[in-house]
Design a protein around this ligand. Structure first.
Ligand code: ATP
Length: 274
């Protein structure tokens, strides 16, 4: 699961410029990165340092994309995991896995742990069975991190591990997980607004052959409620539509045709030719 900075450029292709999110997101990240660049300086100031950041938001809004971009752009080691892995494994070693993930991260600190679909691990149902409870308790223990080293500098450096986690269902997380000192910062990525949708069109159409008549700003009303993933899909479908329509480049009409098709399909009307 470990991605070292030298591999990050290959393994985590996303860059900040590809992620279209509100300015408040970048402010939180700037604060976190300032701490990660010099954890000992903050520790010596006796300030409380963030332990966990929750990225929440509807499906397809770029939560995983943002985490990958942080991995690449921070230049710090990242350990990636998904809550789903813990649910799938019936071997009863969830708490060992959590231990290993944080052990690896601490050995490479300052570093990040990213856990996608954290609700599978820290949901309100954590007490349903002994295995889930043990895994969850280990996660809390890692976040609480009692001093275990008499060398305070070495200890505080090893604590410079920030958990970044993502979920579509923040309301379903266990309250004890959401406590300050565990999850200290929340980044909410909502569905993109008008300006953001235009920027997302720009990001995902770069490198594509576009006709001169393309004007994404004319599509903002028709894409109300679309996520970043929906817009990426729309452009891809428009590329397919362009080929079907015999165009060398994607035209505004190709995009409109796809939007019409999606609208009718949403209403349960089939638009296939045959
Ligand atoms: P899920 O909750 O379903 O896992 P997610 O929020 O993690 O979704 P991503 O997997 O990051 O969403 O998004 C899927 C893809 O959609 C991204 O790889 C990217 O290509 C595009 N995308 C989504 N949101 C954005 C955005 N805000 N800016 C640019 N591209 C985006």
């Amino acid at each position: 699961h470990l991605i070292l900075p030298e591999d990050a450029a290959d393994k985590a292709k996303s860059q900040y410029k590809d992620v279209v999110v509100g300015g408040d997101v970048w402010m939180v990240l700037e604060e976190v990165m300032s701490y990660m660049r010099n954890p000992l300086k903050y520790h010596n100031q006796k300030v409380k340092l963030p332990r966990g950041i929750l990225i929440s938001g509807p499906p397809g809004t770029g939560k995983t994309l943002l985490a990958r971009a942080i991995a690449r752009e921070s230049g710090l080691p990242f350990v990636f995991a998904s809550g789903a892995e813990f649910v799938e494994s019936s071997t009863g070693n969830g708490s060992d896995k959590i231990f290993d993930i944080f052990f690896t991260a601490r050995a490479n600190a300052p570093s990040f742990v990213f856990i996608d679909e954290i609700d599978a691990l820290a949901g309100k149902n954590v007490n349903d069975d002994a295995e889930r409870r043990a895994t969850f308790q280990q996660l809390l223990a890692e976040l609480d991190g009692e001093p275990d080293d008499t060398d305070v500098n070495r200890w505080s450096l090893r604590q410079a591990v920030i958990l970044i986690c993502a979920t579509n269902r923040p309301d379903e997380l266990d309250e004890s997980f959401m406590r300050p000192g565990r999850i200290d910062r929340e980044i909410h990525i909502g569905l993109p607004g008008e300006e953001e949708r235009i920027s997302i069109f720009g990001v995902h159409s770069s490198g594509k052959r576009l006709a001169k008549d393309i004007d994404f700003s004319k599509l903002v009303y028709r894409t109300l409620g679309y996520s970043g993933a929906d817009i990426r899909n729309l452009i891809n479908e428009a590329g397919i539509m362009a080929v079907r329509n015999g165009h060398d480049e994607i035209t505004q009409q190709d995009l409109i045709d796809v939007l019409d098709k999606q609208l009718f399909e949403g209403m349960g009307v089939s638009m296939t030719d045959d």
